[in-house]
Design a protein around this ligand. Sequence first.
Ligand SMILES: *Cc1c(COP(=O)(O)O)cnc(C)c1O
Ligand SMILES: [Zn+2]
Length: 430
Amino acid sequence: MRENYLLRCPACGRSFPDRYTLDCPSGCNALLRTVYAERRLTPKNLPGIFRYSDWLPVEGYLDIDAGPVSYESVGLAREFGLSNLTISFSGYWPERGGGMKTCSFKELEAQPTVLRLREKGAGVLQVSSAGNTGRAFCEVSGLTGAPIVVVVPTAAADRLWTTVPAENVCLITVDGDYFDSIAFGREVCSLPGIVPEGGAKNVARRDGMGTVMLDATLALGRLPDCYFQAVGSGTGGIAAWEAAERLVADGRFGSRLPALHLSQNLPFAPMVRAWEVGRQEIVPEVDMPDVEAAIARVSAGVLTNRHPPWGVRGGVYDALAASGGRMYAVSNDDARSAGRLFADTEEIDLDPAAAVAVASLSRAVEGGFIGPKERVLLNVTGGGYERAAEDLDRYPIEPFIRAAAGAAFEGDLRDAVSAWLAEQGVTVRA
Ligand SMILES: *Cc1c(COP(=O)(O)O)cnc(C)c1O
Ligand SMILES: [Zn+2]
């Protein structure tokens, strides 16, 4: 093949070139995958994740030095009695080279997504998140000048900030909850030139997150035996599985897929519930009863996705099944003490979601689900907020438009976004 990668549908087997494609052209209910021409991974002398650009759906790179940092744990490993614990840290931790200034591994997704879109000439990205995802995309927009449209609930807008001025963000606040802003965001994508970021369907997001597995495996010299991560959508788990399959095919790092050990934060744990009964489908009444109350009670809000890519072909269920994985439901108390233990032993503060993963590792050790000599990879998906607050500037994102509750995307609202788009000088390839 002439392209350095193609997309492939795991359901019908079709392969085709990438046009920022999010779905199989034949309409299959499956997550498309990248198939790279390079079967062997050769790290490049490029910044951050672009070291692994052989296995990213991009041609060039961004000059952003913010990749995962993998190292052999001493303190936490001793605490858990593990002889081979590798920590892969995504966040801000300058002493170890951790350069993600918005403090979460969502930057691993944002960087290749922004570049892929630019290279494909597909238009302007639309994102609906005031959490780690929104912040990461705003930061990458600030660093690259790539225009993005962010739609969030008005009440959550102050959670968006960057560490450099982000002049090309069109922030639309919607009076109402997340559902309202997601629905409004969908409407905004009806404007020619604006495309949805795509979530788990976006191969750039998954392969960006997959660099954690690549980085840790190269640091270890071989694939780990097991992989621990806290999940909300589970996209990081799918990404770890896909990256591990590529490393197996590479041939130099072992032939066994690492078992995925994925965790959620009680009382919101729909994937754990479905996994426990071996169900490939999330049933809202059974798996997430009293959903709003449950979501309000978790300490790690980023783990509360109501529509995870669970049963879809190539989704989280398949990843767990293929790797012989396990799931954990972690209470707020256990997550908090695990977070404290991590800060004491490794000397960096954690995102509450990463603390959930540490607690699941503790549980796996206690329960004998992993052996003391296994090669364990702990994906610390976020942290270093305290360090970042000391060191870095913080720029709030100013709203561009405020939409009233229930407003339709038409008239003045539509005209304002069109005018912004024209100002960005965006030309859309047909
Ligand atoms: C988004 C997020 C997660 C969950 O990631 P998924 O793989 O998408 O479920 C975990 N930790 C942090 C810090 C996050 O921001
Ligand atoms: Zn298909």
